[in-house]
Design a binder for this molecule. Structure first.
Ligand SMILES: CC(C)(COP(=O)(O)OP(=O)(O)OC[C@H]1O[C@@H](n2cnc3c(N)ncnc32)[C@H](O)[C@@H]1OP(=O)(O)O)[C@@H](O)C(=O)NCCC(=O)NCCS
Length: 226
């Protein structure tokens, strides 16, 4: 039976420093990236502003180390082989994956970032045809007018009816994480309108509680495996 492994990584910090990485922290992160990431990954990172670049690089380093640990191989031996449904395999974006000495590794992977945290999921030696998606959401990110119309279907809007404040944001974040997990599992991402994906009760999606995800308790997280 295919076994799900979930791992979260806190915001990158310089060991011993009180706040998020800055100055020498960025240099440490970028040195690790130069050592471990592939040219295609470094090329995408170079096109980003400093803060998104730091989040991108931290996520790619975490994913590579996670995959290497599960496979029992050195992280530097893996080659990123992400697969975009539009651009095809070998693109700098899309569904994550790696090759080892030219062969795809037997590992399903998915990754999500929110508020500096990285959430990853993997299935080693997956059954043929199985696909995986994972997502994390900070409820604060759902606090904007028009969220419900943009993201939720009628049954989901009805389920949140009457909620306000933190309860409403938590409910929105939960549905949003479930939808994005499913859209990553399917590979279409947000090219599929999120309000068309019904996630209130969906057999392929489940919430990831903090005890399983390792994330702060206020985050919403979900995994889709089907
Ligand atoms: C997938 C998507 C929903 C991610 O949402 P997000 O909230 O921005 O970001 P998250 O942090 O939760 O997830 C990012 C990760 O999703 C994964 N991902 C991206 N596209 C994916 C896809 N089509 N299928 C599965 N996973 C995908 C990657 O691992 C990515 O990490 P990376 O930045 O290191 O490459 C969104 O990026 C999207 O809709 N992408 C597809 C759009 C598309 O197909 N564009 C055409 C490009 S040519």
């Amino acid at each position: 039976m295919s076994q799900l492994v979930v791992r979260s990584v806190p915001p990158f910090r310089v060991p011993g420093a009180p706040g998020p990485a800055a100055g020498t922290g960025d240099e440490l992160l970028e040195a690790a990236a130069r050592e471990l990431l592939d040219d295609v990954e470094l090329g995408r990172a170079r096109g980003m502003e400093p803060r998104p670049r730091q989040a991108f690089v931290a996520g790619r380093l975490a994913l590579r180390r996670f995959a290497a640990e599960l496979l029992g191989v050195p992280a530097a031996d893996l080659t990123a082989a992400h697969d975009c449904p539009l651009c095809g395999p070998g693109s700098a974006h899309g569904r994550p994956g790696y090759t080892l000495r030219g062969e795809p590794v037997p590992l399903l992977l998915s990754l999500s970032r929110s508020a500096g945290w990285v959430l990853m999921a993997a299935v080693p030696d997956p059954a043929p045809g199985l696909r995986l998606g994972v997502d994390v959401q900070d409820p604060a990110g759902t606090d904007f007018a028009g969220f419900d119309a943009l993201v939720l279907g009628p049954a989901e809007r009805a389920a949140l009816h009457g909620l306000a404040g933190a309860e409403l944001l938590a409910g929105r974040a939960r549905f949003w994480a479930r939808k994005e997990a499913w859209l990553k599992q399917s590979g279409t991402g947000l090219r599929t309108a999120p309000d068309t994906v019904e996630v209130l009760e969906h057999p392929g999606i489940r919430d990831l509680p903090p005890a399983e995800s390792g994330l702060p308790a206020h985050f919403a997280a979900a995994v889709a495996l089907a």
